[in-house]
Design a protein around this ligand. Structure first.
Ligand code: SF4
Ligand code: SF4
Length: 314
């Protein structure tokens, strides 16, 4: 049976397209944005996470210490909890852990939990149909997001078809870094693409995110040519793409596909990904910077509006 690897389904979302929406988040992404606000979405397999605030500590609980078949869990160094009390937490060696989930099962406090679950289209539809009255009231619908949801093309296509059969508005939140043949198949069942344009300089795109941008720009042009609607999303990242010169490149490119652009949304960098990164217990450092100022965001908004685009700041 066709299943998708899903890491969350969020109802009452007002940020992923028009009206009140339910967003289905699929796991796995070919890009590696250092500022990613959902780093748990990047890898395809189900992964172990740990939320410190829920953990009772190894003295009071310690149930996870004895269950790991790989011996990946030990007692960590003494520290203090949020109340300033001394505590020791478990230390998970992610280089040894194979994400079997035994410790998450043993953790009654759900401090350890698995992220990513295989669900059938029927199971997801059951959830979405429950929310349909809210879509109808608000002009909302379903958004399929990620990760990169189009990296699970059969599941996403089937889900979109079923949503359209049920009369729902559909949006696909995509990086655009997928084969055109995949986009072409979902296009008839997608009312709106939420389309990330992270950087206009391909060499910089590859250096920072791991892949070049030509395919992304090409697919945006093809969607518009095929009659699709796009809401462009520009994560505005300090020291990366926030400069006036960079936004000239955005303006010039977007002018060429203006007829297919619904709106341009500027997404100022924020630090929400940092705590989620910590939950994955990875040793690599995450990119951290100060968010761009309101003044800078307003200036970039005006800059794109001068190209005749409708621009909002998220
Ligand atoms: S998920 Fe990892 S740490 Fe937990 S029991 Fe399995 S191997 Fe050990
Ligand atoms: S079982 Fe859960 S709550 Fe208990 S020490 Fe381990 S992670 Fe913390």
């Amino acid at each position: 049976m066709l299943t998708g690897k899903i890491y969350d389904i969020q109802g009452f979302s007002v940020q992923d397209g028009p009206g009140i929406r339910t967003t289905v988040f699929l796991k796995g992404c070919p890009l590696r944005c250092p500022w990613c606000h959902s780093p748990e979405s990047q890898l395809f397999p189900t992964e172990l996470n740990w939320m410190q605030v829920r953990c009772l500590g190894t003295d009071a609980c310690g149930k996870c210490l004895d269950v790991c078949p790989k011996g990946a869990i030990s007692i960590g160094e003494s520290t203090t909890n949020a109340m300033g009390e001394p505590i020791t937490y478990p230390d998970v060696d992610k280089t040894v852990c194979d994400d079997c989930g035994a410790c998450a099962k043993a953790c009654k406090a759900t401090a350890l939990y698995m992220c990513g679950e295989d669900k059938t289209v029927d199971e997801v539809m059951h959830r979405l149909l429950r929310d349909q009255p809210f879509f109808e009231e608000s002009g909302g619908g379903v958004t399929v997001s990620g990760g990169e949801c189009l990296c699970q093309p059969e599941f996403t296509l089937e889900l979109l078809k079923r949503c359209k059969e049920a009369g729902m508005h559909t949006a696909v939140d995509t990086t655009g870094f997928v084969k055109w043949e995949v986009i072409e198949k979902v296009l008839p069942y997608t009312d709106l693409f939420l389309y990330d344009l992270k950087c206009m300089d391909s060499a910089l795109h590859k250096q920072v995110i791991g892949v070049p941008n030509e395919l992304i720009l090409e697919n945006a042009e093809k969607i518009v040519k095929a009659g699709g609607k796009i809401q462009v999303r520009i994560p505005t990242i300090p020291m990366f793409n926030e400069s006036q010169e960079h936004f000239v490149k955005y303006g010039e490119f977007l002018s060429k596909i203006k007829e297919g652009i619904d709106t341009v949304q500027l997404l100022p960098y924020h630090k929400l990904g940092v705590s989620k990164h910590q939950r994955l217990m990875k040793k690599e450092k995450i990119f951290v910077a100060e968010p761009p100022s309101d003044q800078l965001m307003q200036a970039r908004k005006k800059q794109l509006e001068a190209y005749g685009l409708t621009v909002t700041i998220h």
